[in-house]
Design a binder for this molecule. Structure first.
Ligand SMILES: Nc1ncnc2c1ncn2[C@@H]1O[C@H](COP(=O)(O)OP(=O)(O)O)[C@@H](O)[C@H]1O
Ligand SMILES: [Mg+2]
Length: 250
């Protein structure tokens, strides 16, 4: 991976301990602008902890988080979302069940910029086009007038992805986006995520190795809170250590 590319996110010697338990230890990682980074590793490897550290949900014991050249270590989740434009899709439900699919996207779009709360903006061509574009991206355009509560599990996950995209983050973080999805939904999610790359930088944690093979360019492997390996999908699949701790169970 070329070092001439702009680094969007860098973590330096990042560590966190919970009551003496080392959940994340001395990790150094660089995520480049516009890339799609996949993070894999066994259960308990520290993947979600990494996302918690980057988004301010967890404060590191030591080390730094640098985003777009700014040290954001120790900043709150609110600041990180609002001022630094890091968007994260959580596993819990974040959609408004009593609103339509389209209204959910509109609400998410209005949230990210006070200008967008202006009534006139919602009626503007630019706003309508962006909402339509997102509805198409998440394959819910034909469902735009459905109540969110009437969507399938997979479609709700897509709506949540759409709501994160609507906030126009520089970095999108997705923790196991295909959890509970059918094979067909998982494949569609992979195609969606590939379309987001470039316009956005993405960090995706996933277990499903077919999905990882479908989307991954560059993969980071965590194990026991440490960085075990980084490389292209091919390098990772041929890495003896990775095979020993992770891929053999696949
Ligand atoms: N807030 C916390 N308090 C105590 N232990 C935690 C906390 N968050 C994570 N852990 C522990 O850190 C380890 C890594 O967890 P996690 O990052 O969720 O793993 P992964 O997402 O890779 O499965 C686990 O052993 C987990 O129990
Ligand atoms: Mg996790």
């Amino acid at each position: 991976m070329s070092d001439e590319r702009k680094v969007l996110l860098e973590v330096k010697n990042l560590s966190v301990e919970f009551n003496g338990f080392k959940a994340f230890t001395e990790v150094n990682m660089k995520i480049y602008d516009g890339e799609l980074r996949v993070i894999i590793g066994p259960n308990g490897a520290g993947k979600t902890t990494f996302m918690d550290l980057v988004t301010g949900k967890t404060t590191p014991t030591s080390g730094k988080v640098i985003f777009d050249g700014v040290d954001i270590t120790g900043k709150s989740t609110t600041e990180i979302t609002r001022d630094y434009h890091i968007g994260r899709k959580f596993q819990g439900p974040n959609v408004f069940d009593n609103m339509t699919v389209k209204e959910n996207i509109e609400i998410a779009m209005e949230g990210y910029n006070s200008m967008h709360r202006c009534v006139f903006f919602r009626k503007s061509k630019e706003f309508k086009e962006k909402v339509e574009e997102i509805l198409k991206l998440i394959d819910l355009y034909d469902y735009r007038h459905f109540m969110a509560s009437d969507l399938s599990h997979g479609q709700r996950q897509w709506l949540e992805i759409g709501m994160v995209v609507a906030q126009n983050p520089k970095l999108i973080i997705l923790d196991e986006p295909t959890a509970g999805m059918t094979a067909d939904e998982t494949y569609k999610t992979g195609e969606m995520i590939k379309k987001l790359k470039g316009d956005h930088t993405l960090i995706v944690v996933e277990h499903d190795m077919d999905f990882v093979r479908q989307v991954a360019e560059y993969v980071t492997v965590l194990n026991y809170g440490r960085l075990l390996a980084e490389g292209t999908m091919e390098e990772i699949q041929n890495n003896e250590e990775v095979i020993a701790v992770y891929l053999k169970e696949d």
